[in-house]
Design a protein around this ligand. Structure first.
Ligand code: MGP
Ligand code: SAH
Length: 204
């Protein structure tokens, strides 16, 4: 009853976010508005099936938990210790905590010392106001420079899945691909509404 209006729209989607919501899933405010809906996360995890994946911006674990079902080993990083605790707790509910290594830290700092077959990037988009523009610019509109983030991740692997706003400038996404390389941009729809896009690079 005391839920603020701007948050109730997320509460109504709780079972879209987590099929096991009622088993005690926990999220903080940023977790509520950033978590990848479970069906979308499962689909991305299917496409990223491999031995070792890095979830560079783990949040409350929406993606990391689904990766744990398709990948042998998951490295899940987040700069926020509380959110990482939520992710660990949620992973226990899904019975996959032993396949995920949780690391608290700044991915931009850690990237240089990491190896993996796939890197998944779902950075903060700067809050729900990402919608206020017709062409979302990943270089200037996110707290992290999205082009720099991509370049840094390419030093780990060519295989990158990049989860971004539905209004992202698509030319900018294709320009990230190397010469002669193609990228695939996939729109995620739930109940006919576009939620986000995922751009796949390398062998993905
Ligand atoms: P949304 O647009 O805030 O909600 O986020 P909704 O219900 O789709 O809005 P409407 O236009 O249909 O009314 C859509 C999805 O984007 C969320 O479920 C999250 O998966 C994802 N998302 C939203 N934000 C603000 C972020 C973010 O900052 N970072 C990441 N990685 N994902 C986000
Ligand atoms: N995909 C996640 C949501 C990610 S939201 C899910 O489904 O739950 C983006 C996350 O990036 C936030 O939790 C934020 O704390 C984290 N973050 C922001 N800057 C970071 C950085 N430099 N390194 C690692 N994590 C960071």
């Amino acid at each position: 009853e005391s839920l603020p209006e701007e948050m109730s729209r997320y509460w109504f989607q709780r079972y879209w976010f987590w099929s096991r919501y009622d088993q005690g899933v926990i999220m903080d405010k940023e977790g509520w508005y950033s978590v990848t809906p479970e069906k979308v996360a499962r689909h991305i995890a299917e496409r990223c099936r491999c031995n070792l994946v890095i979830d560079a911006f783990c949040g409350v674990g929406g993606n990391a938990i689904q990766f744990a079902f398709t990948c042998e080993h998951v490295i899940a990083i987040d700069i926020d210790a509380d959110r990482l605790r939520c992710a660990k707790h949620n992973a226990r509910i899904y019975g996959v905590e032993d396949r995920i290594e949780f690391i608290q830290g700044d991915y931009l700092q850690l990237a240089g010392s990491l190896k993996a077959y796939v890197v998944f990037l779902s950075p903060p988009w700067g809050g729900p106001q990402y919608k206020d523009t017709t062409a979302f610019d990943i270089k200037t509109m996110m707290p992290v420079d999205g082009e720099e983030l991509f370049r840094l991740s390419r030093q780990i692997t060519d295989n990158i899945a990049y989860f971004l706003p539905k209004n992202t400038d698509l030319d900018q996404l294709s320009a990230l691909a190397g010469p002669g390389e193609v990228c695939e941009v996939e729109q995620a729809l739930l109940r006919g509404r576009m939620k986000a896009v995922t751009a796949y690079y390398g062998d993905l």
